[in-house]
Design a protein around this ligand. Structure first.
Ligand code: GRF
Length: 201
C-alpha cells in the first residue's frame, strides 16, 4: 500500500513513521511521497535525508481551497497513493480532496477528541487545568477534527508539568500510536461503521 505523508512543520511524526517503515512495522505500507504546504518545513529535510520524494504545494490564498488541492491530487494519482496520513499538516483540505480519499485519510490530534479541537489542543487542555489529556488518531471527514476515532491514548497532567513538559509527553505518545494506527489500516484491521471504528483481531 502506497502512503503519502502530509506535513507543514517539524515532522517528528513523519520521523516516527519513517522509522517504523524502515523497521518494517507499518504492515508493509510504503511511504512513497511527502507533501508539504510550506517549502521551509523542517519535515522536508527529514524526508530528503531519508531519500523520500517530496512535493511542495504552497497555498495561494487568492484561490478557492479545491483549486489549491488539485495539484496535490494529481500528484497523488501519479504516485498511485492509496493512503494519506496527515502529520501536522496545517492546511484545511477541501471537500473535493476529502471526498476523493474518503475513508483513506488519517489525522493525528494532540488531545482526546472531541475535547480541545483546533490548533492549540495541548495548550488549551493545559490552561483548562484538566488532569488528563492525550492523543487521538482519527479518520478525516469534511468537518475539522471530527471523523471516526481509531486510537486514543491518555496523557496525565501532573502538578509539576509545564506546557513544555506536557508537549513532550504528548509527542512521545503520538510517535507510538500513529505508526500503530497506520499499521492497522494497512493490514485491513480497521472497520468503520458510522462513528465507530472496530479493530479486528
Ligand atoms: C502534532 O502535535 C500533531 O498532533 C498535530 O501537529 C503536530 C505535528 O508535529 N496535528 P510534528 O510536525 O509531527 O512534529
Amino acid at each position: 500500500m502506497n502512503i503519502a505523508i502530509f506535513v507543514s512543520g517539524n515532522g517528528s511524526n513523519l520521523q516516527a513513521l519513517m522509522e517504523a517503515a524502515a523497521e518494517d512495522t507499518l504492515g508493509g505500507g510504503k511511504i512513497v511521497l511527502v507533501v508539504s504546504d510550506k517549502s521551509e518545513a523542517f519535515a522536508l529535510e527529514r524526508a530528503k535525508k531519508a531519500g523520500l520524494r517530496t512535493f511542495v504545494s504552497e497555498t495561494d490564498p487568492s484561490l478557492p481551497r479545491e483549486e489549491n488541492d488539485k495539484a496535490i491530487l494529481s500528484r497523488l494519482k501519479e504516485d498511485k497513493v492509496d493512503l494519506v496520513v496527515l502529520a501536522g499538516f496545517m492546511r484545511i483540505l477541501s471537500d473535493l480532496f476529502v471526498d476523493e480519499y474518503k475513508g483513506r485519510i488519517l489525522n493525528i490530534h494532540p488531545s482526546l477528541l472531541p475535547s480541545f479541537k483546533g490548533v492549540h489542543g495541548i495548550k488549551d487542555a493545559f490552561d483548562q487545568g484538566v488532569k488528563a489529556t492525550g492523543v487521538t488518531v482519527h479518520f478525516v471527514e469534511r468537518e475539522l477534527d471530527s471523523g471516526p476515532i481509531i486510537l486514543q491514548s491518555p496523557v496525565f497532567i501532573e502538578e509539576d508539568d509545564t506546557l513544555e513538559t506536557l508537549e513532550e509527553k504528548i509527542h512521545k505518545e503520538e510517535h507510538k500510536i500513529y505508526p500503530e494506527a497506520v499499521r492497522l489500516f494497512v493490514c485491513g484491521k480497521l472497520k468503520a461503521a458510522g462513528n465507530k471504528v472496530r479493530i479486528l483481531k
